[in-house]
Design a protein around this ligand. Structure first.
Ligand SMILES: Cc1ncc(COP(=O)(O)O)c(C=O)c1O
Length: 432
């Protein structure tokens, strides 16, 4: 079995990275706060926010030919190139929309309408944006909706559960890269190859909103048709979702200004600030890569940077689970259950799904908050979580989601608080 990495970033690098984020150690009111809720929206890079503001201040239309307009156009082009490099999209189209959800609905709607009365395969742990898009497209076009079942132990979708649903009438398969609730990571390259083995023509659509900030993405080698990301989950800002579309998807009939190229998916004028802000994120990832490699090729730096982020997060996960000589980890604590991780092993993202024997998840989250730790309860009362929690036989979890710029001190502080909560004797009715 593959061993999880336990080696953390060198101290000087960790310090350098930490200084680049807003509100890493305190909230906007100046109160000390550990922000372990990055799956709901990640800590923001100062440079990404600054780039957004810098470009937003300019009134000039990028379609004009004066110097400022040309400069803005360059920022857009650079941003789009950086999205391609980040995704390793050597062909196809990059599209943008207000949200990752909106662009997923756009893509799935177009694919669903490309043919009638077939089937669409999705999974039980998809985010509602892709799941509901598949349901909507199925109902609109007479397709049967087939839902691959989850393995409740790992919170992942075993490949066999998808393959048994794919046949020669499958229009598209939608599979999430990493679950934002269970933290299970799907090996998209392997999944896509096996799906193609059953149906070489089916469209493969990937939700990488949770996965992309935590490890390398490579649409070219994965051979998929569409993939979306959300900058606000990867150290940037809200207000935009980006997607890669393969050439065959990009040229299907879709909403566009009809005089624009057939593969253009951007309806209306682009927002330059989103592109400049994304380039600032990529500069940051490249700086991490540059610490470890002398190869100055930008894609190589991105791949190295993302791999290093992934390794750092695996080391933080190890400490969250096993603690240190002075501090027990979550796995050693009475009253605490860690879900999914054991079954996933190295295929577990830096998301801990916890439940407590002595209180409800909502109460635990409240107590974390009183100790200056922000985490979130995913509960079946929320339509964002209900179907996914049911698929893994749970009613609620406390989701703990730090990111790579956190340190062992942060993890140890979290563990101390967890121990206080776990040892608390107040048993709430809701927790029973
Ligand atoms: C895995 C995943 N996919 C898609 C989305 C949708 O993002 P948005 O609501 O910004 O469109 C989210 C947001 O939480 C997510 O976690």
């Amino acid at each position: 079995m593959k061993q999880r990495n336990t080696e953390l970033f060198p101290h000087d690098l960790a310090e350098q990275l930490a200084s680049q984020f807003h509100f890493l150690n305190e909230d906007p009111y100046g109160n000390p706060r550990l922000f372990f809720e990055n799956s709901g929206g990640s800590l923001r890079l100062k440079a990404a926010v600054e780039a957004q503001t810098r470009l937003s201040a300019l009134p000039d239309c990028p379609e004009r030919t004066h110097d400022i307009a040309l400069g803005i156009r360059d920022e857009i082009n650079k941003g789009e190139k950086d999205i391609r490099l980040f995704l390793n999209a050597k062909s196809g189209t990059i599209a943008s929309s207000f949200t990752a959800s909106k662009i997923m609905f756009d893509i799935v709607s177009v694919l669903g309408a490309s043919i009638k009365n077939r089937n669409i395969v999705t999974t039980a742990v998809e985010h509602p944006s892709s799941y509901d898009a598949c349901k909507f497209a199925s109902e609109a076009n007479g397709h049967e909706l087939r839902v691959a079942a989850a393995d409740p132990k790992s919170g992942s979708i075993p490949l066999a559960n998808i393959l048994e649903l794919v046949d020669d009438k499958t229009v598209l398969v939608s599979v999430i890269m990493t679950s934002n609730i269970t933290g299970a990571v799907h090996d998209i390259g392997t999944y896509a190859a096996a799906i193609r083995g059953k149906n070489p023509d089916t469209f493969i659509v990937v939700d990488a909103v949770q996965g992309a900030p935590h490890g390398p993405v490579d649409v070219d080698s994965w051979g998929i048709d569409a993939l979306n990301i959300a900058p606000y989950k990867m150290f940037g800002n809200r207000g935009v979702g980006f997607a890669f579309l393969s050439d065959r998807v990009a040229s299907l009939p879709h909403h566009r200004l009809l005089a624009s190229p057939k593969n253009n998916w951007d309806v209306g004028s682009p927002t330059p600030a989103h592109y400049a802000s994304f380039s600032a994120i990529i500069d940051y990832i490249c700086d991490i890569g540059r610490y470890f490699t002398e190869n100055e090729d930008r894609r190589s730096l991105i791949a190295e940077g993302m791999q290093r982020i992934h390794l750092q997060e695996q080391a933080l996960l190890h400490r969250l689970l096993h603690g240190s000589a002075n501090q027990p980890g979550t796995k050693q604590m009475e009253n605490v259950t860690v879900h999914f991780e054991e079954a996933n092993g190295v295929n577990q993202d830096l998301i801990l799904a916890l439940t407590f024997n002595n209180m409800s998840c909502a109460e635990a989250v409240d107590r974390y908050g009183k100790h200056g730790v922000l985490v979130y309860a995913r509960e079946s009362s929320s339509h964002y979580s209900k179907r996914i929690l049911e698929a893994v036989n749970l009613d609620a979890i406390v989701r703990v989601s730090p990111i790579h710029c956190h340190t062992t001190e942060d993890v140890d502080r979290f563990l101390e608080v967890t121990q206080i909560i776990a040892e608390s004797h107040v048993v709430s009715e809701a927790g029973r």
